[in-house]
Design a protein around this ligand. Structure first.
Ligand code: PRX
Length: 692
C-alpha cells in the first residue's frame, strides 16, 4: 500500500518544502507614475528614525491641532500615537476635498442586479448625506462622542455614510459583517454595550433579495436576554420609500431612516475635533477562545496609517478608479474601501453582490464600465474566478495598473494566473499580509521599488520591522529555511489600541510570549506576536505559512475553532465537539466538525443537518462545516484531551501517525473507516455536480 504523508503538527513544517519562485518586475510605465519611487524611504523609516518617521503619514491629514508626543509608551503595551493632536476622520475623508473636488465621484456603487444602473456619489453628495444622517444620530438617536453603535449592514453606500456620520460625531462604530447571523450580531452588541442598532431591510446576494431585517429582530431579542437593551433600531431601505422585508417593524423601537431623514434635510453638523487617540471603531475578530475580540482602533493613528499605505502601497492617486472587492464588514473594507481611499480623495467602488454572479464575466464588466485601474481582492476569490472563467478577462477592455492580494497565502500557480490573465501581464501585484488587529499592511513590496515574488508577501512595509522567533525566543535568521513565529519589533500608528474591555487578554494574546520585561515602558521590550508561522528567505522576503493558533482561515476570514465548537454544543444531543481544518480548493480551508452524542441519542443524517444549521444560525453561513461526523467517541489522550491532530489527519486523508499513546486507539480505526466511505461519497457527488 502506498504510504501516505504523515500529518504534520503545523502548516509551517509543510510549507518549508515550497521552492523559491522567480521574481517579476514592475513595468517602467508603472514606475514612471508611482507615488513612491524613492529608495531612501527605507532609511527614513528605519528603527533609528522611529517613531518620528510616521510624521510623514500623519502629515497627509488635516489636523485641528498638531500633536505634542508622537508615541506615548507610558501605558505599555497600549501604545498611544500623536498624543495631544486633535483631528476628525470624517472631515479628512470628505469635507477637505470639497473645495477642489466636490464634483468628483467618491463612491461608485454597483448594485448586484445588472438592470439597476451604477450610482455615482460625488464628494458633495456624500457630504450632504453624511451631515443629514449625523444630525439624525445626534438629535433622534441621542448618540454622542464615545458612545458605541452596532451596524449590521451589507455592501450599500449607506454603510460608509453611516460609518462617516459616526466618525463626524466621534461615535465609535462597530460594524458586523452583513453575512453574520443575528446571534453573532447580538454577541457584538452586548460586548460593545450598544443601545442602537443600524441595519437595512434587505439586499441582493447571488440573485436573491435577502430579508436582512429578520436578523435585527433576532439580535435585539438575544442581546436583551444577555442583559443589553437596544432601544432603537434604525432601518435603511434598499429601495428608499419602499419596504423590501416581510419582517414587521416593531412599534416604538424600529424606524425607517428614510422616513426620519425628512426632518433633517439640509442640516449641517460641524465635525467634532477628537483626540487623536480616541477610538474610531471596533472590529470584532475570532481568537482562540469562544468569545470574539473587539479590536479597538484609534482615530489619528489609524487614519494616518491607512492614508500612508493607501498612497504608497496601493499607489492610489486622486484620478484613479479603485476597486477593492472585500466586504466593508471586514477590516480590509474599513481600511481600504472607506477610510484610506477617501482620505486620499480617490473614487472607491462598492459592489453589492457576488463577483461570479450571474456569470464569470461580471467582475470584468464592472471593471470595463467604470474603467477601474486598481483592483484588490483575496486568493479565495481569485481561485473562484479562475475556476469559473479562466479565459474570461481577455474578453473585456479594462486595464489594471495595480492589483492586490490579501487574506491568506496565495499559491504561486494562482498568483501567476492573476498576473497574466487578470492583470494582462501589465499590472503590478502586491501581496499584503496583515490582520484585523493591525489597521493596515505589515508586509508587502513597495510596488515600484521591489520585485514581486509569487507566494511571498515581501519585506516589512516602511516603518514595520518584522522578526521571526522560535518557541524559545531565538531569532530565526534569513535564509535558514526554518519557519517560526512572526512578530513585529516596533509599534506602528495603525495598530489596535487594545481589546475592547479586556486589556489582560490583549496583553496575554499578543505580547506575553516574547515580552522581555513586563514592567518596561520601552517599546523594544514588547514585540507583537501576530499568531502566524512564517519564514524569511535570503533576500528579506517573508512567506506567511498560516496560523499557529486554533484559528481556521475560511475564504480569508478567521473563524475560531472554539467558537464553532461552542456553537455546536448548543444542540442538546451533542456531548462533545471538535473542529479541524480541511484543505479546500477554493476556500483555502473549511471546517470539519466531529461530535459525539449524549447517551440515549442516535446518529442520523437529520441530526447532522441540524447541527450544521446550528453553526450557521450562531455564526453565519461562512461557518457551515464541510461535514458533521457523528462519532461513537473522540480519540483522547489518557488525560482526556481530544486529539484534534488525529482528526485533522483523517479529514485531510493523511496518515494519522502514532496513536499508541491514546486512551482509546481503536476508535481511530472506526472513524477512519467512516471517513473512507465519506470520501467515496464526496467523490461521487462531485462527479455528479460536474455532469450537471
Ligand atoms: O493568517 C494570516 C492571514 O489572515 C490572518 C488575518 O486575518 P484577518 O484578521 O481576518 O484579516 C484579513 C485581512 C487583513 C493572518 O493572521 N493572512 C492575511 N493576509 C495574508 C495572510 N496570509 C498570507 N498572506 C497574506 N497576504
Amino acid at each position: 500500500m502506498e504510504k501516505k504523508e504523515v500529518a504534520k503538527t503545523s502548516e509551517a513544517e509543510i510549507a518549508v518544502h515550497w521552492k523559491e519562485e522567480e521574481l517579476f518586475y514592475p513595468s517602467t510605465k508603472f514606475i514612471a507614475q508611482a507615488n513612491l519611487t524613492d529608495e531612501f524611504v527605507y532609511d527614513r523609516f528605519s528603527l533609528d528614525n522611529f517613531p518620528e518617521c510616521f510624521k510623514e503619514y500623519a502629515d497627509l491629514l488635516d489636523w485641528y491641532k498638531y500633536w505634542d508626543t508622537t508615541l506615548d509608551t507610558s501605558d505599555a503595551p497600549c501604545w498611544k500615537w500623536f498624543v495631544g493632536g486633535k483631528i476628525n476622520a470624517c472631515y479628512n475623508c470628505v469635507d477637505r476635498h470639497l473645495e477642489k473636488n466636490k464634483n468628483k465621484a467618491a463612491i461608485h456603487w454597483v448594485p448586484e442586479p445588472e438592470n439597476e444602473r451604477i450610482q455615482h456619489l460625488t464628494y458633495q453628495e456624500l457630504y450632504v448625506r453624511i451631515n443629514e444622517f449625523a444630525a439624525l444620530l445626534r438629535d433622534f438617536a441621542g448618540l454622542k462622542a464615545g458612545d458605541r453603535v452596532t451596524l449590521h449592514m451589507p455592501m450599500v453606500p449607506e454603510l460608509p455614510i453611516t460609518m462617516l456620520a459616526c466618525a463626524r460625531l466621534g461615535i465609535i462604530h462597530s460594524e458586523v459583517f452583513g453575512g453574520f447571523s443575528g446571534k453573532a450580531c447580538a454577541d457584538r452588541i452586548v460586548d460593545s454595550g450598544s443601545n442602537v442598532l443600524i441595519t437595512i431591510d434587505g439586499y441582493y446576494r447571488g440573485g436573491k433579495l435577502l430579508d436582512h431585517k429578520a436578523n435585527a429582530d433576532i439580535a435585539v431579542e438575544q442581546a436583551e436576554k444577555e442583559g443589553q437593551t437596544v432601544d432603537k433600531v434604525l432601518v435603511w431601505q434598499r429601495y428608499p420609500g419602499k419596504n423590501s422585508s416581510p419582517t414587521p417593524m416593531v412599534d416604538g423601537r424600529d424606524y425607517f431612516v428614510n422616513d426620519l431623514l425628512k426632518d433633517y434635510r439640509g442640516k449641517r453638523i460641524d465635525p467634532v475635533p477628537m483626540p487623536a487617540e480616541a477610538p474610531l471603531f471596533l472590529m470584532y475578530t475570532s481568537g482562540t477562545t469562544g468569545k470574539p475580540k473587539g479590536c479597538q482602533h484609534s482615530t489619528g493613528g489609524f487614519l494616518a496609517y491607512v492614508a500612508g499605505t493607501s498612497k504608497y502601497i496601493q499607489d492610489i492617486h486622486p484620478e484613479d478608479v479603485y476597486w477593492c472587492m472585500a466586504d466593508i464588514g471586514w477590516i480590509t473594507g474599513h481600511s481600504y474601501i472607506v477610510y484610506g481611499p477617501l482620505a486620499l480623495c480617490a473614487s472607491s467602488v462598492i459592489f453589492e453582490g457576488v463577483p461570479t454572479y450571474p456569470d464569470a464575466g461580471r467582475a470584468w464588466r464592472i471593471a470595463e464600465e467604470l474603467d477601474v485601474n486598481i483592483f484588490h481582492t483575496a486568493p479565495t476569490t481569485i481561485r473562484a474566478l479562475r475556476k469559473v472563467g479562466p479565459d474570461e478577462p481577455a474578453k473585456y477592455n479594462y486595464h489594471f495598473k495595480h492589483m492586490t492580494t490579501v487574506g491568506e497565502p496565495i499559491e504561486p500557480e494562482v498568483w501567476k494566473w492573476y498576473h497574466e490573465v487578470v492583470g494582462k501581464g501589465e499590472a503590478v501585484i502586491v501581496d499584503t499580509w496583515w490582520q484585523t488587529e493591525n489597521g493596515g499592511f505589515l508586509c508587502s513590496t513597495v510596488p515600484a521599488l521591489r520585485a514581486m515574488k509569487p507566494g511571498s508577501a515581501g519585506p516589512g512595509v516602511p516603518g514595520i520591522h518584522p522578526i521571526i522567533y522560535d518557541d524559545d525566543g531565538n531569532e530565526i535568521k534569513a535564509g535558514t529555511g526554518k519557519a517560526g513565529n512572526i512578530c513585529i519589533q516596533n509599534p506602528w500608528p495603525g495598530q489596535f489600541q487594545t481589546i475592547w474591555g479586556d486589556r489582560d487578554r490583549y496583553v496575554s494574546t499578543y505580547f506575553e510570549k516574547y515580552c522581555k520585561d513586563k514592567n518596561s515602558k520601552n517599546w523594544r521590550d514588547w514585540p507583537y506576536l501576530a499568531g502566524d508561522a512564517a519564514m524569511l528567505s535570503k533576500d528579506g522576503y517573508f512567506r506567511i505559512l498560516g496560523r499557529i493558533d486554533d484559528v481556521i482561515n475560511v475564504s480569508g476570514h478567521r473563524l475560531g475553532t472554539k467558537e464553532l465548537e461552542s456553537a455546536s454544543l448548543d444542540v442538546v444531543e451533542v456531548a462533545e465537539a471538535a473542529v479541524v481544518p480541511v484543505a479546500d480548493e477554493i476556500k483555502g480551508m473549511v471546517p470539519d466538525l466531529y461530535v459525539s452524542l449524549r447517551p440515549g441519542y442516535d446518529p442520523s443524517p437529520e441530526l447532522a443537518a441540524k447541527i450544521s444549521q446550528s453553526l450557521c444560525d450562531s455564526i453565519g453561513k461562512i461557518a457551515r462545516p464541510r461535514k458533521v461526523w457523528i462519532v461513537p467517541d473522540m480519540p483522547k489522550t489518557r488525560s482526556g484531551k481530544i486529539m484534534r491532530r488525529v482528526l485533522a489527519a483523517i479529514s485531510n486523508d493523511k496518515d494519522v501517525g502514532d496513536t499508541t499513546t491514546l486512551a482509546n486507539p481503536d476508535i481511530v480505526d472506526e472513524i477512519h473507516k467512516m471517513s473512507q466511505d465519506m470520501i467515496e461519497e464526496l467523490k461521487e457527488s462531485k462527479k455528479a455536480l460536474m455532469k450537471e
